[in-house]
Design a protein around this ligand. Sequence first.
Ligand SMILES: Nc1ncnc2c1ncn2[C@@H]1O[C@H](COP(=O)(O)OP(=O)(O)OP(=O)(O)O)[C@@H](O)[C@H]1O
Length: 577
Amino acid sequence: MSRDGWRMLSPVAERHRREMYALTAWSLLGVLPVLLSGRLMAFALDHGFLADSATTGFATLGCYGAALVVGAFAKRCAMVPMATVTEAARDHLVRTTVAAGLRRAVDEGGAPGVEGVSKITSQVENVRQILAALLMSATSTGLAAAAALVGVVSLAPVVGLLALVPTLAAGAVVVRLSRVWRVRYATSLAAEERMTEQIGRTLGGLRDVVACGALERARNGADGVVDAHAHAVSSVAQVSGARMAAVALGARLPLVALLVTAPWLLARDALTPGELVGAATYLVSSLEPALRSAVQSVGNLALELGTILGSLAAHSRGSAADLAHDVPQPAPDDRCFGLSLHAATFRYGNGGSPVLDQVNLTIPEGEHLAVVGPSGTGKSTLANIVCGLEQPQTGEARLSGVPLSELDRTWLRRSLALVPQEAYVFAGTVRENLRYLAPEADDTRLDRAVAALGITELIKECGGYDGDLARPDLLSSGQRQLLALARVYLSPARVVILDEATCHLDPAAEERVELAFARRGGTLVVIAHRMSSAARARRVLVMAGGAVHTDTHRELLRTSPVYAELVGYWQYSAVSR
Ligand SMILES: Nc1ncnc2c1ncn2[C@@H]1O[C@H](COP(=O)(O)OP(=O)(O)OP(=O)(O)O)[C@@H](O)[C@H]1O
């Protein structure tokens, strides 16, 4: 069993030591018939039936019958501690893994993930059943094999030697092959997961795949993972076959050796006929089945148990507490979602002049900031840097005081949304498109978002929430922008950056959208397409020549020639239109 698996179960074994001892004791008594079988058989023959004393023979067989009854009783008694241990293991695993899942849900601020929890509890249920079967068969087969070997050695040491050598050799080969098997089995599981994931993803996006004419590419991708899985499974089968061959040889060779040497041993009185039959009884009826069972059922059960426990251990390890340890998260009292740049310098390529030059900037939570500047001054670059899509060469961007590069990517993507100019609407229903970032949103929430953004008519035109957007390219650029904006409006993002995301909307629709986002709560940064966006914002950031200057619209008109010029040009062009 893997170290992770053992770590999951060891607290149970320690807490239930008494039951473990009781289980071992009853199991030892349970193999009493195996230990006695060959000896009693030898005695019944040598001193009973072959010595003209049928009474002694039958009496000895009677003793064997009594040993069978005792063994059966002991096996029944072993069930009680075994059940106690497995039930305790089940409770312990459920408590550990479900608590980890709930803790993670609480820390990540999401739902407890009922599906995940039920999947885990069903895995735990599997562990309970496998553990019960494993405890029973491991004790019975392991002890039975040992009892058979002890019996044969004590009955006829020379036969014991004949049995021991091939058995130990086969055991060593099986152990070696089992290691290879475990590695290949883990590889095949990983290949299976990759295959399921890839094919699931392809099927999920089938309409997009067809729409983009990417069927051939998708098929090639699927073929690759299926082939890899088939190869992995067949390599597991090869090792399984080799292992079974080793077991068969290890189990049969002692008997072959006994039969080959029997005439010679009998002739030299090294073995009596009764001892020959007794030794054969040990080898045929106990050792061989025990070895087969040890490899086939115990080996497979242990492997299965180890795999499931490894997955449960990974789940528990991935709890929020551990994540918080590995990936810096903002301290709870610092979760203000404030953005900041600290002496950030960024340039494209090596020799170019910097787009941002030693920029310091603070965008507190709840800010409504418009970013303006002449074309090509770096507004989109700034947006990419505060989102973590680009990293400054010197200095850094932070969210809630933590450098973006150190934050958990999933958490960052959920908390911060960048809406680009080119809106993406995928083939699917309107509801699927709107709920993409908020799968839990019900129709009431959708209604509220649609009303806030003023897109009720658009949704009706698309056939309502169930309307099928089979050809998103037939929507206008503005309609696509509105749907993409509604999707982000519904998302859990606390910081929204609109990078000219309303450039295809008319001024009235743009105003409605910006005001809706400003009222939505959280931080709003608008890379302004029109200067009217700046006039609406609480603060305006002017970019020019790699530097930034932030103030209110009114103050900037007075103090910033660049801003005054931009506004003047905009007013002039608006009048002349
Ligand atoms: N991927 C890139 N590789 C090289 N240079 C780039 C890249 N992206 C942008 N630039 C350059 O960086 C500068 C800033 O570009 P950016 O797109 O950030 O400006 P902008 O202010 O958003 O422009 P606009 O208002 O026209 O959208 C420009 O000179 C641009 O040519």
